[in-house]
Write a protein that binds this ligand. Structure first.
Ligand SMILES: *[C@@H]1O[C@H](CO)[C@@H](O)[C@H](O)[C@H]1NC(C)=O
Ligand SMILES: *[C@@H]1O[C@H](CO)[C@@H](O)[C@H](O)[C@H]1NC(C)=O
Length: 763
């Protein structure tokens, strides 16, 4: 029993005995709370010493990491009062706020820091079976109010309801299963018996039927039978022989079946519910793509207004927002810089009530977190509104804080003909900003076009230190003398030191595709508002795709989105735009798509575009996918079979969900489609749909598939239950589970749906 073996750990013992910790919300809000770890080894409970009944709990599985010392803005603000060895921060998954804590002694702080880390590690390394046991155990603890470790039939019914299991009076399985589990016939179940009871209830007919189809004796799958199943249903081809043996070794719980080289129904269900049985191709979770192509050949996970935790009119600017984005694999963050009153540049959303953070702290945070989730390069998109004096200070901070991490010279000293690759730029931070001149000799001391990066007037961004100067094509004329006076002006507006730090990502104004084809350099890049990009994609799709094979481009949300809502990034990916910046702080469909695309390739933040989007002469346009040379449409058929332990939408007693599954396709315009099953009344526990949804996919390489489960509501909008989004190219055919995620993108085990996927050529 997982919960028991860890209780001998000394740190865990301290946690179970309980400690008084200060919970800190701000410089002035610091309150003592009594914290302890409950007997389940998973739940942390806390309350104030004086408050009557009120208490709070959270599970260790909700904690993503423990940071030691003054590693949050709140703890930094009390650094003089409490030394670093007393302080730590619990960071939660998703968008839930951190918990900043101060212990009474360094030893106590260490016990909690190390203890929580061990518990997180254990939770992460649990297999499916342990995870399910733990989940059932957690519910039992919550329901066992008098803590006698027992539950009678009535209490069990109530608990099942909390677990979203509705059993009406005529449901005969319930009393029967209860009796079967109550071996001592005491009229109540102890925890182990309850776990057993729960398993009887959750036996799955639909899995049993599939098993029967391939099992000769109806009891077990022999090696060849399992192999046959993998080849025919799971479409695994020649690997199935070796894979069958591996699956038995990894998932079969019965030693005797293992010895026989066979798999029992339990083992079979365990495999189907595992990562290997999931809809996502396991090999595409790894770093499987070629990382040695020019940067412009990749989609790059990118965030907009990275400093904001909430909306852009009054939201809080926070270092935490950078940490969260970088840890999600984001590889392009935005830094909006303004003159600070004491000579230190600050970061915030100009002319609004958003709070301010100091530029140098932002850079220190980026340095610390840039390469925790991925080794591949990070682009700092600088939105520079500063005076020359403070720009120079920015340049000094960038050089001093980032040191070798900051790329300040060409990789091979040659004028680049194409951008370097993510592989070559590993561990490097690139500055994207305006730059005086370029690398070609003739440009050495002249100006090229410098304009505000985000020129959308509605954006509310103030004019950047813009230089009124000749467009880039002037470079090809020899008439430099004429522009010398302008050069003086420009020097007073753009700091030379800052300009010198820009290498491969020089911001320039976009003068049309024709101009770009003739004159643009690979290291120049432009930014487009969502509406401009959408218009160009529609009017000149092929040219946009070609442009994006050579140069990077960045798309940003309309300035009218003051609520920090997002646009659909798919329209931009369809034409090969790389840096499609989204408000990471805003959950919803758009972020689901972003998370879905970048879930492949080890979540490294770079996804290689398909070959027809990397060829400079490509004729591809998303508007007419059938004109592509290798046009090969596919039929995607998804039989939605059943759902497992769907969470309740609201915890009100008596509310049981009426779930339905919708499959949504995002891709080229012709591929956009949605189909849904009917809803099942009052069953979030084990609904069966058995409905098949069909799609034709014209450009599979660009398609994303989103599975959404909703609670049907005939009077108002359906409520969201869970979703999972993945690239079409990462789908495994056959009988698969889809493990659902919350609105925030965090896992909600054991909620899943079971499907039978088939992909065939359209002939
Ligand atoms: C679902 O489909 C399977 C096989 O097609 C069938 O055996 C089963 O009875 C169906 N279940 C329901 C609830 O319709
Ligand atoms: C699952 O899909 C395969 C391939 O389309 C089909 O042969 C099989 O009958 C399906 N399973 C069920 C239960 O319908």
């Amino acid at each position: 029993w997982a919960a028991i073996c860890i209780q001998d750990d000394l740190d865990v013992k301290v946690m179970m005995a309980g400690s008084t910790l200060r919970k800190v919300k701000s410089r002035s809000w610091k309150k003592q709370r009594h914290f302890r770890l409950l007997e389940d080894g998973m739940t942390i409970w806390y309350k104030s010493r004086w408050a009557g009944k009120g208490h709070s709990t959270f599970s260790v599985t909700e904690v993503e990491a423990v940071r030691e010392g003054h590693q949050s803005e709140v703890l930094l603000s009390i650094a003089e009062e409490f030394s670093a060895d007393l302080c730590f921060t619990l960071v939660f998954h998703g968008r839930q706020g951190n918990l900043d804590l101060v212990a009474e002694s360094p030893e106590e702080a260490q016990a909690w820091i190390q203890g929580v880390r061990k518990l997180i590690h254990r939770a992460q390394t649990m297999d499916e079976k342990e995870r399910l046991d733990q989940w059932v155990w957690d519910w039992f603890q919550k329901a066992d109010k008098n803590k006698d470790g027992k539950m009678n039939f009535k209490e069990v019914r109530k608990l099942l309801k909390m677990m979203n299991v509705e059993m009406n009076e005529e449901h005969t399985a319930l009393p029967f299963s209860f009796q079967m589990a109550d071996k001592s016939q005491s009229g109540s179940l102890e925890i182990e018996q309850f776990v057993h009871f729960y398993k009887i209830l959750t036996q799955r007919d639909e899995v049993w039927k599939v098993f029967q189809d391939y099992s000769g004796d109806g009891e077990k799958l022999m090696l060849e039978e399992l192999e046959n199943f993998l080849r025919v249903e799971q479409q695994e081809g020649e690997q199935s022989a070796q894979h069958a043996q591996e699956l038995i070794d990894s998932y079969e719980p019965s030693e005797s079946a293992k010895k026989e080289g066979a798999m029992s129904l339990d083992g079979f269900q365990m495999y189907l519910c595992s990562q290997q049985g999931s809809i996502f191709k396991p090999e595409h979770r790894d770093l499987y793509q070629d990382m040695s192509q020019p940067l412009s050949h990749y989609f790059i996970s990118s965030s907009h207004n990275t400093y904001l935790l909430e909306n852009q009119l009054r939201g809080q600017s926070s270092l935490e927002a950078y940490i969260q984005a970088l840890k999600r694999g984001c590889r392009c963050v935005e830094v909006d810089c303004w003159d600070g009153s004491d000579g230190e540049p600050v970061v915030y959303h100009g002319h609004t009530l958003t709070s301010k953070i100091v530029f140098k702290d932002v850079i220190s945070t980026i340095k610390e977190y840039a390469f925790k989730a991925s080794d591949f390069p990070v682009i700092l998109s600088l939105e520079n509104h500063c005076s020359v004096e403070q720009q120079t200070i920015m340049a000094e901070h960038l050089s001093q804080i980032l040191g070798d991490m900051l790329l300040t010279t060409l990789l091979d000293g040659q004028v680049p003909q194409q951008l370097p690759s993510p592989q070559e730029l590993k561990g490097k931070i690139l500055l994207k900003a305006k730059k005086i001149g370029g690398f070609e000799d003739c440009l050495d001391e002249t100006m090229t076009d410098e304009v505000s990066d985000e020129e959308d007037i509605a954006n509310g961004d103030a004019e950047s230190p813009t230089v009124e100067n000749p467009p880039a094509e002037i470079c090809s004329s020899n008439d430099f003398a004429f522009y010398l006076p302008l050069l003086q002006i420009s020097k007073s507006k753009l700091s030379r030191q800052l300009s010198d730090l820009v290498v491969y990502c020089k911001s320039v104004h976009f003068h049309g595709f024709d101009h770009a084809r003739l004159h643009a350099k690979c290291y120049e890049m432009s930014s487009f508002s969502e509406s401009k990009a959408k218009r160009l994609a529609k009017e000149a799709g092929t040219e946009f795709v070609q442009y994006n094979t050579r140069q990077l481009c960045r798309i940003y949300p309309s300035g009218l989105r003051t609520d920090s809502s997002n646009y659909n990034p798919q329209d931009m990916w369809n034409v090969g735009c790389q840096i499609v910046a989204l408000n990471f702080q805003t959950a919803g469909l758009e972020m689901d798509l972003n998370d879905g695309l970048f879930r492949q390739n080890h979540c490294c933040g770079y996804v290689l575009k398909h070959d027809f989007m990397r060829d400079g002469n490509t004729q591809f346009t998303p508007e007419k996918p059938e004109e592509r040379k290798d046009y090969r449409p596919l039929r995607l058929s998804i039989q939605v079979i059943s759902g497992q332990q769907l969470p309740k939408v609201n915890q009100k007693e008596g509310s049981i969900v009426d779930p339905l599954v919708r499959v949504e396709i995002y891709g080229v315009p012709q591929d956009q489609a949605k189909e849904e099953t009917s809803h099942i009344n009052n069953n979030g526990f084990n609904p069966v749909w058995n409905e098949t949804l069909n799609f034709i996919i014209h450009t599979p390489e660009l398609a994303l598939v989103r599975f959404v489960v909703e609670d049907y509501d005939k009077a108002s909008r359906n409520d969201f239950i869970g979703q999972f989004t993945l690239p079409f190219t990462c789908i495994q055919a056959g009988y698969r589970h889809i493990h659902l995620l919350s609105k925030d993108g965090t896992a909600i085990p054991p909620a899943s749906i079971f499907v039978n996927v088939s992909i065939t050529e359209l002939t």
